[in-house]
Design a protein around this ligand. Structure first.
Ligand SMILES: *[C@@H]1O[C@H](CO)[C@@H](O)[C@H](O)[C@H]1NC(C)=O
Ligand SMILES: *[C@@H]1O[C@H](CO)[C@@H](O)[C@H](O)[C@H]1NC(C)=O
Length: 332
């Protein structure tokens, strides 16, 4: 209810704040950051997704929201839209210090089999094992991953410091997951600031109301290649809220308690971008943001279908903390 009432309020606010500004702000200019008001960027009211949360949490008073004036006279007035995370954007949750150094991406032959590109997301479980979605294994006729790249923030970028290692043929866990073995084990030097073994959650990380988020390499559907890492906050739902999820691949025990999670992305405003955060098609990884600022891994997006669906509907994640999944990767 508050959400619905807030926007007309902000709209009314933009009309009453008629004090002319001497400073001309442009969209995405930095603003705020003084003692009264959090650091933010100038945005049009409708484009600011963080303000609702700040007002609801009573961190700011709607009357105190600074105006950034007009950038374009046709688009209304801009406000100072508070930032929420440490990654320098106004989208996304307050995910602290997330570098995702335990996330890897896989190399495939391109469609015409004359080049390679990296896409999908996997989790480094040990110095020689990567866990990923079953979708990363022979997705249609794209073949198997030949290498993994570790330590990269952007799958497209070829950085000298990235580590690339050939991999063996993956082994599958049901229709959900694959385990990919590195042909050469990572040594201590390679497990550096940019490459780390994933921290798996403990059952107690899931008690109460954990703050979930997904992370992975985003995806350019036109070029069929991965892009930058992303994070997206998720809300935990009851399993039966996932009953309308489009399932085009057979998944065992989908609606069984414990084996899968049902979560929904929390919408955030984002500029249109060539790279999509389609949670299933990027094989995103489910994390819990702990109160102490650390993060742990709890699941991998269940490959219910291969499409890049980028909306706010609920989706399944395969719980990787169950005994049967840990028996699977401990057996390897
Ligand atoms: C970590 O990544 C950054 C950015 O890509 C790079 O400049 C740096 O050299 C990397 N560090 C190591 C130890 O590889
Ligand atoms: C770690 O592995 C890399 C790549 O195989 C190699 O160049 C490096 O010498 C190794 N470092 C140690 C300490 O073994």
């Amino acid at each position: 209810m508050i959400v619905i009432r807030l926007f007309p309020f902000i709209f009314a606010l933009t009309l009453v704040m008629t004090v002319p500004r001497t400073l001309a702000y442009k969209e995405l200019d930095t603003c705020g950051g003084d003692r009264e008001y959090p650091l933010g960027v100038c945005r049009y009211t409708d484009d600011c997704c963080t303000i609702k949360r700040y007002v609801m949490q009573k961190k700011i008073n709607i009357k105190d929201v600074p105006s950034c004036g007009y950038d374009s006279p046709f688009k209304g007035k801009m406000i100072c839209c508070p930032k929420t995370d440490t990654q320098g954007t106004t989208s996304g949750p307050p995910i602290l210090r997330f570098t995702g150094s335990h996330l890897v991406t896989m190399r495939y032959l391109t469609e015409h089999r004359d080049d390679y590109s990296y896409r999908f997301t996997g989790v480094l479980l040990s110095s020689s094992l990567v866990l990923a979605s079953k979708q990363c294994d022979a997705a249609d006729d794209e073949g198997l991953p030949s290498r993994v790249k570790l330590g990269s923030q952007d799958a497209r970028v070829n950085d000298k410091s990235d580590i690339k290692i050939y991999v063996d043929r993956p082994t599958s866990y049901k229709n959900d997951l694959v385990l990919i073995k590195l042909r050469t084990r990572l040594n201590r030097t390679q497990l550096s600031e940019n490459v780390s073994i994933a921290n798996l959650c403990h059952p107690y990380d899931l008690l109460g109301h954990p703050q979930f988020f997904a992370a992975g390499y985003s995806y350019n559907t036109q070029k069929n290649e991965g892009c930058k890492k992303y994070t997206m906050e998720l809300e935990n739902l009851n399993l039966n809220e996932c009953k309308n999820v489009k399932v085009t691949r057979q998944i065992e025990d989908l609606a069984t308690d414990q084996s899968h999670f049902c979560l929904r992305p929390i919408p955030t405003f984002e500029m249109k971008n060539e790279c999509s955060k389609c949670l299933t098609a990027t094989s995103s990884v489910l994390h819990v943001q702990r109160r102490d600022g650390s993060q742990c891994v709890a699941g991998i997006a269940t490959p219910t279908n291969d499409e890049c669906i980028e909306d706010e509907s609920p989706l399944y994640f395969t719980n990787i903390l169950t005994k049967s999944v840990s028996d699977f990767f401990n057996g390897e």
